[in-house]
Design a protein around this ligand. Structure first.
Ligand code: BEZ
Length: 398
């Protein structure tokens, strides 16, 4: 899925559209909580309406497909119910960024009157909808976006995924111990990429690692990474750390290899080699080491059962994105189980009381900032029985 370069004029239009979308959502919210409130205070008793907002277009479309599958698998396994309540799902396309994701989220709240929103891949989109959700008292169970500050303080923001800085930070010390020489840092130029690099740098430098330089590539519009790879090559770095996901990850890994960098060890947040992108990258991905809170090769009964069920349902192996959405459904299942009266406020409150989720990734629970307290794994792309996979080398945060 190569991304095509966009001209500066369309870039400008995109950022103006983003500003307009965020401003529209804020002014709708400012018009009074009433206009955005999705439920009466009494709430429903035997059903729940959920907005599933994930990308159905743009560079992160494959992630959206996996998340929808993970969420629907959980529902199928539970007779279409969560916490004994019949589920109605309203889907909306998050698209690539806030210019589409903010209006899509606002629409499911104001028009469809959902009681809870699940999904959101892009950090910038999540940050763009955060205040609207809080003001409208509709909880968001973030099933991907990793923006570090997203869940700070709001009772309505919960996350079953990760923080961008957290994923990078788990890897830094290992790389400092493994690589003798400076490391070059590269990422997609938006919240997720910058936070991922900052998290990595924090633990890498604390463990004595030296940074050779860093560069950021325009998000969603970069199809040619060579000018940036030239900088990395000229820095004489002994290794490179990156953040890319979705279609960007495919282009980057292929070009890293064809540019003659294959002998320079590549480390990354695990999204770089996760799921369908790995198949598209092919042999160019062999040897890449990443940190992530999931691999479909985790050797536990919980994961093996999940992989078997998912593969049977979709004829494809599951990804971290599918697990995050599957677990969003599991978290809501546990929360709704506690409720007689279902509305945004009661769901948000109940999410604070669900305890541990037995997930394919391993057990996790919400921490005090509403993020998962979970295991992280060091993975390496290997040929596993004739198929490329993210082999688990160790647990990073034991
Ligand atoms: C993010 O925007 O936070 C993100 C997107 C894709 C993969 C990981 C993080």
């Amino acid at each position: 899925m190569p991304t095509s370069a966009r001209r500066p004029s369309s870039l400008l239009k995109r950022s103006l559209a983003t500003v307009a979308a965020v401003a529209l959502a804020s002014s709708l919210a400012a018009c009074g909580g009433g206009s955005l409130s999705s439920t009466g205070s009494s709430g429903s008793t035997d059903s729940v309406k959920i907005g599933l907002v994930v990308p159905a277009s743009g560079v992160y479309e494959p992630l959206g497909i996996d998340m929808t599958r993970g969420f629907e698998l959980y529902l199928d396994e539970h007779n279409g119910e969560l916490g004994g309540k019949k589920v109605e799902v309203v889907k909306a396309d998050e698209g690539e960024g806030p210019e589409t994701g903010v209006p899509a989220t606002t629409k499911v709240i104001t028009q469809d009157k959902v009681q809870v929103v699940v999904g959101i891949v892009n950090s910038a989109t999540a940050l763009g909808v955060k205040d609207t959700l809080t003001r409208s008292k509709v909880p968001l169970v973030v099933a991907n976006a990793g923006a570090d500050q997203l869940t700070d303080g709001s009772a309505y923001l919960w996350r079953t995924s990760f923080t961008n800085g957290g994923v990078g930070e788990t890897l830094g010390a290992d790389v400092a111990g493994e690589v003798s020489g400076p490391v070059y840092l590269m990422a997609s130029d938006y919240a997720a990429g910058r936070e991922s690099v900052a998290g990595f740098k924090k633990s890498f430098e604390a463990a004595g690692g030296k940074v050779a330089g860093e560069t950021y590539t325009p998000f969603g519009t970069t199809s040619d990474y060579q000018p940036y790879l030239t900088k990395a090559q000229n820095s004489k770095a002994a290794a490179v750390y990156v953040f890319y996901a979705g279609a960007e990850a495919v282009n980057f890994v292929k070009q890293y290899s064809s540019f003659g960098m294959k002998d320079v060890p590549l480390y990354a947040a695990g999204f770089l080699t996760e799921g369908g992108v790995l198949e598209a990258q092919g042999a160019a991905a062999l040897g890449i080491k990443t940190a992530l809170h999931y691999s479909n090769l985790i050797d536990t009964p919980e994961n093996k059962n999940f992989v078997a069920a998912y593969t049977k349902a979709y004829d494809a192996a599951p990804t971290v994105y599918a697990v995050q959405a599957y677990d969003a459904a599991a978290a809501l299942d546990a929360a709704l189980e506690k409720l007689d009266s279902v509305n945004g406020e009661s769901i948000a409150e109940a999410l604070g009381d669900i305890g541990e989720i037995a997930s394919p990734r391993g057990p996790w629970s919400f921490d005090e900032k509403h993020n998962p307290d979970q295991p992280y794994f060091l993975r390496e792309v290997k040929d596993v029985g004739g198929t490329l996979g993210n082999a688990v080398l160790s647990q990073l945060n034991e």
